[in-house]
Ligand binder design. Sequence first.
Ligand code: NAP
Length: 311
Amino acid sequence: MKIALVGIGKIARDQHIPAIAASADWDLAATVSRHGAVEGVESFSDFDAMLSARPDIPAVSLCLPPVPRFDYAAAALRAGRHVMLEKPPGATLSECHALEAMARDRGLSLYATWHSREAAQVAPAKAWLAGKTIRQARVTWKEDVRRWHPGQDWIWRPGGLGVFDPGINALSILTEILPEPVHLTRARLTFPSNRQTPIAADLGFAHPGGADVTAVFDWRQKGEQTWTIEIETDEGALLLAEGGARLSIDGVEQPVAKAEGMPLSGEYPRLYVKMAALVARGGIDMDLAPMTHVADAFTLGERLVTDPFHD
Ligand code: NAP
């Protein structure tokens, strides 16, 4: 199937273009970007122009930041195209609900991707936790914003999510692997005095079984970067490390196993396999649980102010 890629920036270049190039399902047929292009692929700087010039392309993958993405997604659905959304699937939950309704009305596929859920050890962690009683879950997502988002201004603007841009990846894993859903009960959000979005967040969740579930996100981490989820159960302890790439049970590292029908590794190759399957069956996959926790944190969060942030 032909697909058009929109927003040729960091994640498009790092992940989407190589994943599509290696895919047996997809053929990159056009790009839309005001500045970027891919050699050998027809490029457009205007999205509507691409939609009218290329009715032969049935699907678009949107790699834009969250705030401008809704207009593109809505235009694509109105033009009868299947849509794949980078995370987070929108700037607000209402936008996401509106897109889902549009896709449903038109019989089109819509995929809110969560790339971290495709990390190699997330599915095995979920399988190991199934049926166990959770006592404690602790998420630690600490990274250096200057290293991962150099010069990116949109992450500091309203709708850019700040530290929740990586933090929502942790929440996408947590909501995937916990056997029972949690809901947010407290949040402390730390904002640089010169920015609109938080640089750190400290969250607490209520668990139906009374487990202690917490998350700490911090963008001021120097040196070693930490993306871990530690879960204590009645039958042992699980550690997911390196953003879901590594799994230990009771301190013993678990080998990576090949998942049925999936590439051995690669979060984005797996997303494109799933998108192909979704389009083939005319499905919609719009799980908004990670984003709901983020919205709740902004609704309920206590606001702390820290030093100004300069890139
Ligand atoms: P980016 O490089 O800053 O932006 C992607 C592209 O979007 C830009 O090249 C730009 O293309 C276009 N764009 C930006 N603002 C726009 C606007 N107002 N209107 C229209 N187009 C606009 O961002 P990114 O890091 O790739 O992130 C994009 C999305 O992917 C985010 O939702 C992010 O959470 C997600 N993501 C990023 C990473 C990562 O490592 N960076 C990892 C996983 C997921 P033109 O200016 O050329 O049109």
